[in-house]
Design a protein around this ligand. Structure first.
Ligand code: HPA
Length: 280
């Protein structure tokens, strides 16, 4: 079997052969947040199942398409849906689409996710710019021999979430008259939601949000020197905060409710990130 680098390269070449666009910005659209990709122009939609070596999602709410298209003037490669560790994929498989985006020429990665709100200032539907993460998944996609063509053995994570991009989101949200929060994302394995005791623990160690994704992609992206922005949608308050159970349906409904705000924010942010990565 070809190595991971060769597989990422051939998936990237396959995707580039489907379009004349050459995006330098990649997006990963999480649970219920895939709407953004439906509005792209000149769009080429490729189901993950058709991309060589690409893992495909089984989670409800994850469409499983790579959509290469334009948001206004800006070319993007948008992933509608991702795979998760809790589905049984290896950390390397979960990180593989990020590898492919980089091999396609993507330099800035925008990740979105649904998350539980731990910080009591958040409300359901709040958009939160991730400032940092705490990896409690018990996995790291870089375990194993290091692939030097991707990056170095011990990548720095001090600015995993690129500060200038975070500032852009806060500014653009303000211009749109929306408040965006900032917070630390705790990545857990799932798939069960947390217990109230786990949420109290996560709050005590400095987490504002909890979710089951994003961390492997960010680690792989930083390994390859990509600049990362992550935005969480607080689809529910975390376990034990409200006197009610958490349902996946609620997570999807909240994603559906905020999608207008979310798409507007992404559209406002993209031209400024495009300027940073030299996208025309
Ligand atoms: N916990 C973990 N992951 C999540 C949650 C949650 O409460 N909501 C959406 N994704």
């Amino acid at each position: 079997m070809p190595d991971e680098f060769a597989r990422a390269e051939s998936a990237a070449q396959f995707l580039l052969s489907q379009t004349s666009l050459r995006p330098r910005i990649g997006l990963v659209l999480g649970s219920g947040l895939g709407a953004f990709a439906d509005e792209l122009s000149e769009a080429k939609r490729v189901p993950y199942a058709q991309i060589p070596a690409f893992p495909h999602s089984t989670a409800v709410g994850h469409a499983g398409n790579m959509v290469i298209g334009k948001a206004g003037r800006i070319s993007v490669a948008a992933m509608q849906g991702r795979v998760h560790l809790y589905e049984g994929y290896s950390p390397q498989e979960v990180a593989f689409p990020t590898r492919v985006l980089r091999r396609m020429g993507v330099r800035a990665l925008i990740l979105t996710n649904a998350a539980g709100g731990i910080n009591l200032e958040y409300k359901q539907g709040a958009l939160v710019v991730v400032t940092d993460h705490i990896n409690l998944q018990g996995y790291n996609p870089l375990v194993g021999p290091n692939e030097e063509r991707f990056g170095e053995r011990f990548p720095d994570m001090t600015q995993a979430y690129w500060k200038p991009y975070r500032d852009i989101v806060l500014e653009e949200a303000g211009k749109l008259g929306k408040s965006a929060y900032q917070g630390v994302y705790a990545g857990l394995l799932g798939p069960s939601y947390e217990t109230p005791a786990e949420i109290r623990y996560l709050r005590a160690i400095g987490a504002d949000l909890v979710g089951m994704s994003t961390v492997p992609e960010v680690i792989a992206a930083r390994h390859m020197g990509m600049r990362v922005l992550a935005i969480s949608c607080v689809t529910n308050m975390a376990a034990g905060i409200l006197d009610q159970p958490i349902h996946h349906a609620e997570v999807l409904e909240t994603g559906e409710r905020v999608k207008g705000d979310f798409v507007a924010l992404l559209r406002a942010v993209l031209p400024r990130i495009a300027g940073d990565v030299g996208q025309d």
